[in-house]
Structure formats: C-alpha cells, structure tokens
Design a binder for this molecule. Structure first.
Ligand code: DAH
Length: 344
C-alpha cells in the first residue's frame, strides 16, 4: 500500500510537470489532474478505501503517509494554479498593452464652403448695423416673385430673368426680392432685414452663369428714410467688406420695384480705380442693384407711402466670392471638389 501511495505521488508529479510544460488549456488540465488524483473518485481516495484491510499497527502509518501525499499534491497543485494565473494575467496585459508612441490617426476637419463663409461675413456686417436676418422660400409664388414687385405678367422685365416655372403660379424664385414682400406683409415698420439665399434662373452653365446662385436682399422701411440712408448704409457695408478705403458710386438704373433705382459700384480694390484686368479697365465693379422702395410696392403690402419710405438692395454673392479669392470659373464653386474647397 505504501508503494502504491508513493507511486501515485510520483505519477501525479510527473503528470503535473508534463502538463505545465505543454497543455494548451492548463487551467482545465490542472483541474482534471486534481480530480483524477485527489477527487472523491480519485486514485488516492481509492487507496484509502482499502485501508480497512490493514492491520492496526500499519493503519496510522499508512494513514499519515496518505495525508502527507495528499498535502504535498495539494500544495503542488495550488502552486501550479497560481503560476498559471500569473502567466495568464501577464499574457493578457501584454496583449492589451497600448503603445502610446504610435502616431495618432487624424480626423479630417471639415470647413465651411466659401459661399457660406462670405455670406456669413456679409450678414455679420448687417447684423452689426442693426439688421435682422430672415429667410424666405425658394419655391415661390409668381405673385411674390414678380406681381407684388410691380412686374406684371408679360412685362419685359421678366425676360431678363429666365424663370423655372413649376406651374402657372409657382416658380423657383429668380431673386431674393420676394422676401421683401413677405416681410412687409407680415410686419409693421420699422423694418430692417437682410435675407441671403439661393435663387434660380434657367441659364446654361458656363464660367459666369449657373442655374443656381445666391443673392442677399436688404430692406429698410421707416419714417423719413431717404436715398442718403441707402448710400450711407451701402458705403459702410463696402468699407467693412473691402477695407476702409473702399468707395462706392451709384449709377441711375431701372428696377420695377424701386423708384428711383440705382446700380451700385465699388471702386476696384485691385487697382484703386485706375483700371485693371479685374475691373476690365473701368476702375469700378458693379456689386448690386438698389433703390427706394416703389410706393406701389409699399401700398400693395399695406404700408402707407405717405407715412413710410424705405430702401432695398439685392446683391449677387458668387461674384463677391469670386473676386475675393480670384476664382475665374463659377463652376468650381458648385463642383465641390475637396481639393478646391480645401483652399478656403
Ligand atoms: N432683384 C434684383 C435682381 O435680381 C436686384 C435688386 C435690385 C434687388 C434692386 C433690390 C433692388 O432689392 O432694390 O436683379
């Protein structure tokens, strides 16, 4: 029996060291080994069950030896278990190690489209002058886009604005001017608004034309507003946009919804008025249309022209963007090639 116990101890130790050397799942193998030798149906227990057949002198001696074998195996298995756990923890730590020296991945930061940037710059100037920014629909009634602006059906003024008609009554707005009407119909003076947005004209695409472009409308209505207010406001705007030296001039023009009307030029900021390629030798660059709101338009919106007067203006945003950045082809602004847009 003693031999048997010693044999068990030897075999268990051998098996344990083999297990520690190459078992794939050491934890499971170790548990199996423990059950095999020390478990209820294990080999050591089987030997102890046979102790009944021993003599009274032999029993305590064998019993002690059995306890020693059990204790020694238990200690060894416990040690092996700790070793395995340590090994596994280290392995996990190694695998999950973060190399803080690896260069990070850069997210590409987006930016605002140049049209959006300039529009913001323009509206900011007017906000500084006490204007409010309002929005209007791009799909608009013919009534607001033309009729209410004193451009009746069959009026030749419509010819200059090739219109996308949705149906007889509905158009894609050809100008931001209908926002004037919408504001005057719904608010009481004093009114001081600007309204930037998309407008549409059925033009073929080329370097200077696009069926979609942007305008910014302005409208001021109050008691005693005159042409000098218009000029002063636009001059301030030009100085903010083009620099303190900027000068403007007003040329007589015709718009149905203003009287008198003017086209407004800014002194060429490239040559200072001498004449260059940018201003085509003129010294001046046209930036907008403007005028005193026509009494008929005021009346049509329920505003008494004897009590109130006002001025309005409308400017194309793309042209301002193109001149600011020296962009020669309008199409670049709409193709949205990231290599192009990245530059602004
Ligand atoms: N809406 C005009 C256009 O698209 C521009 C314009 C001219 C707007 C005079 C105005 C204005 O408000 O008073 O050509």
């Amino acid at each position: 029996m003693r031999d048997k116990l010693q044999e068990i101890e030897r075999l268990a130790k051998e098996e344990l060291s083999a297990l520690m050397a190459d078992a794939a799942d050491k934890k499971e193998a170790l548990e199996n080994l423990r059950v095999k030798y020390l478990g209820k149906k294990g080999e050591l227990t089987a030997v102890l069950r046979g102790m009944g057949g021993l003599s009274a002198e032999e029993r305590p001696i064998v019993g002690q030896l059995a306890n020693e074998v059990r204790a020694s195996l238990e200690t060894l298995i416990e040690q092996a278990k700790t070793q395995i756990e340590e090994y596994e923890l280290n392995k996990k730590l190694k695998e999950e190690e973060i190399d803080v020296t690896i260069p990070g991945k850069h997210g590409e930061a987006g930016r605002l489209h140049p049209i959006t940037q300039i529009t913001k710059e323009m509206t900011d100037i007017f906000i500084g002058l006490g204007f409010e920014v309002v929005d209007g629909p791009e799909v608009e009634y013919d009534y607001y886009n033309f009729e209410k602006l004193n451009i009746p059906k069959n009026h030749p003024a419509r010819d200059t604005q090739d219109t996308f008609y949705i149906n007889e009554e509905i158009v894609l707005r050809t100008q931001t001017s209908p926002v004037q009407v919408r504001v005057m119909e719904t608010r009481k003076p004093p009114i001081r608004i600007v309204s930037p947005g998309r407008v549409y004209r059925s033009d073929a695409v080329d370097a200077t034309h696009s069926p979609l472009f942007h305008q910014m409308e302005g409208l001021v209505i109050d008691k005693g507003i005159t042409m000098t207010d218009l000029k002063g406001t636009l001059e301030l705007f030009a100085k903010k946009l083009y620099g303190e030296d900027a000068k403007i001039r007003l040329r007589p023009h015709h718009f149905n919804f203003t009287e008198p009307s003017a086209e407004v030029d800014v002194c060429c900021f490239s040559c200072g008025g001498k004449g260059c390629r940018l201003c085509k030798g003129e010294g001046w660059i046209e930036i907008l249309g403007a005028g005193m709101v026509h009494p008929k338009v005021l009346m049509g919106c329920g505003i008494d022209p004897d009590e109130y007067s006002g001025f309005a203006f409308g400017m194309g945003i793309e042209r301002i963007v193109m001149r600011r950045y020296g962009i020669k082809d309008l199409r670049l602004l709409f193709e949205n090639d990231v290599r192009f847009l990245k530059q602004f």
